[in-house]
Each structure stands twice: as structure tokens, then as C-alpha cells.
Design a protein around this ligand. Sequence first.
Ligand code: PFF
Length: 453
Amino acid sequence: MTPRENFGSRFAVVMAMAGSAVGLGNIWRFPYMVGEHGGAAFIILYALASFILVLPIFFAETIIGRRSRQGTFGAMEKLAPGSRWKWLGLLTVFAPIIILSYYSVVGGWSVEYLFKAVCLDFTNTPPEQVQGFFGAFISSTGGPIAVHTIFMLLVAGIVLAGVKKGIEGFTKVTMPVLFVLIVALAIYSVTLPGASEGVAYLVKPDFSKVDARAVAAAMGQAFFSLSLGVGTILTYASYMRKEENILASGIGTAVSDLLFAIIAGFAVMPAVFAAGIAPGAGPGLVFDTLPYIFNRMGADVPWLSAVIAIIFFVTILVAALTSAISMMEVGVAYLTEEKGMRRPTAVLIITVFAWAVGVLCSLSFGPLAEVKLLGNSIFDFLDKLCSNWLLPAGGLLFTLFVGWKMSRPDVYAEFTNDGTLKANVRIFDVIWFLIRYVAPVGIVVVFLTNLIL
Ligand code: PFF
């Protein structure tokens, strides 16, 4: 069996975890969720959900991962040998591979938009045509599959290089750069003529739009955005050294993720208003708005428009890659540790499987648009299945496992590094209460709301 690798430092752990958390969820999903659910009010709900409800799940996953030093399946077998908990391990091996399949399709769209930016397509095309770019592209056949393939190969290449050289090496360099890029874009966006309405939308809460649906959406977004409930954080935590601090890593990751989402909101929303597009336009928001902005800007200063477009799509692409590698790593850890496969074989199997499912997702915007699963297209069905059901279910089971199956002394020892971390010792009772009661009850509420609505 391949010897187990570790992340080299606290910085590396936080960058890898933040890399998993910060992704399309922040740049593509968060802005349109904000647009659909009342602007600033949704951001407040999302922040509350992230810290009160979802952060305890982060701690639960890191405690399981680091204590067992195994991937999701092995972790359950090690901490609860011979029990039914191994099925949770198996569920959380499959869920991230399914997410990877459709995530890679959206990752592919960002590859396509990067090509378009490099070829100056946004600047050199009449405005009417630019607005039709997105719809025309996703409903075609070969193009979206080609870029989905490119994206998947990039992911496979990084994961193939291993935990330390591949994942740590890539995220340690790209995450800080990503942060600088998104801040630069936000500064640019808020200075666009007509942007002030978008800024007001993000800072003045309109609580009249807050209903049960918005609360459920905020919690779902927090799950998706922090990569929780599907064992990715658990798997990364299994590569954490014993002296690392679980509390600090959790807060570091959650704060980076939240900050990044808010800054991405400032990069996108003022542009949406400047372009006169409705903030509630749905999943196409980013991909529909930006070409329009770059096109308009290009009429004044073409080279600047091209440079900013390239920066934007590189940012989206890199953020998507650092998340997608964490999804693939869950399955790779399973196949190498439990099935004794070599890393390249494991990467190949997962790549081929996720790619094939992704092809169906991609075709569901075009030739397979008529194929419906419970009334949804293949893409929507898988997205809803994962975000609304599998992630909260996994999160619920992880908190129940730590809060009710593991012993309190074991959890205490893991969370406080055997009582040596003073701040962790002081806060332990609160965390224990959140894991045992607050998070499970909160998740059940999300479930019921989703079920009723
Ligand atoms: N957190 C990622 C994002 O915001 O784009 C998405 C994600 C990554 C979801 C890993 C689930 C996962 F296991």
C-alpha cells in the first residue's frame, strides 16, 4: 500500500481546505443566490448558517478524519469497526464523484470563456450576439464536452501528482493569488458607472424577502460552499499532522470562504446592475452578465477589457480547480487505501466515471434536454440531489457520529490536542453542544423545509 502523505504546515492545510471551499460555489452560485433571495438579508442568513450550523460539521469531519487518519470509508471502519456506519463512509465516497461530474461541466464553461477572452471574442462581437453567447454555447454538443474534458484532465493531472506535490503545491500558490485577483475585480466593479445600485443591494438588507425558502437556501449554500457533508474536508483532515489546530483551521477556512463569497458578490453584483440585468436571473447570472460588461467596456478601451476578462476567467477556473481536486481526492483515497490500487489507476477510474456522467450532464442542456428525472434535467437532478439531500444528510450523520457515537473524551482529545491547546479547551463545551444538538436539529429543519417546499 502507498505510504500516507501529510500536508506540510498549518498554512498548507488552511490553503488546501480553503481551496476546496472557495470555488464556483462562491463566484457562480453565491451571487445568483443573493440575487434570488433578497440581497444583503441573504448574506446575513448565510453568514449565520455558516458559523452556527455548518462550522460544527467542519469540526465533526476534521475530528473524524484526523483521529482515524483514513479516507471516509476507512475512517468509519476504524472508529466504529463492524458497524453500519461504514455505509456513511461509502455514501460519502460516491457523492463527491457525482458533484465532480457536473461541477466539471461548469468548470468547462469557464475554460470556454477564458478561450473567448483570449481570442478577444467579447470585444470584437456585436452586443446582440454577445448576449446570446451563453445559451448558444451550453446547448451545443461538441464544444461543451470538449471543455469539460479539458477541465477534467486538469483535475486528474493535479490529483495524480499527489497530496503534497499536487494538491498542496497547487493550492498554496494559487489561493493567495486568487484572493488578490478577486479583490482587484471587486474594486474595478464598484467603480463602474451605475454600480452604486448594486453596492446598495449588497449592504442594505431587505428583510421582507426573507422566508423559509431563503433560510433553507442559505443553509444549503453554506453546506455547498464549505464543501461539507461529503467527506472532502474529512479526507483532507486525514492528511493533517497531529500538532495542527482543528479550531484554527476551521475558523480560517470558514472566514476565507465567507470573505471570498462577499468579495465575489462585490465583483459581480455592481456589474449586474451596471449592465441593467435582473439580479434574480438565476444560474446564468455570472456567465450572462460578464460578457456584456466586457463587451461594453471593450467599446471604450479594448485592451483593458480583454485583460480584465482574462483575469476574471482565470480566477473562476483556478477556484473551480482547487475545489474539484478535493472531490476527486475522496474517491482516490478510498480506492488506494481500501482497494490497494496505485494512485494512477485510482485517478484513471474516477476520471473516466465522472467524465462520462458529466457528458450526460452537459448534453442535458442540448440534445438530452427532454430527458427528465423527477421533472428535472439530468444536470439539475444531480445538483439538487447533492446540494439539497446528500450534503445535509452526510452532514447530519457526521455530527451524529461525533456527538453520539464517539466518546466525549476521544472528541475532547482530538479537538484540544490532548488538552494542550488552551483556547480549544476553553471553547470545547460550546463546540460539543453545537455538534450534539444545534447542528443536527438545524439540518433536520433544512430537510423538512426542503421537503415541504
Ligand atoms: N465548496 C465548493 C464551492 O464552493 O465551489 C464546492 C464543493 C467542493 C462542494 C467539494 C462539495 C465538495 F465536496
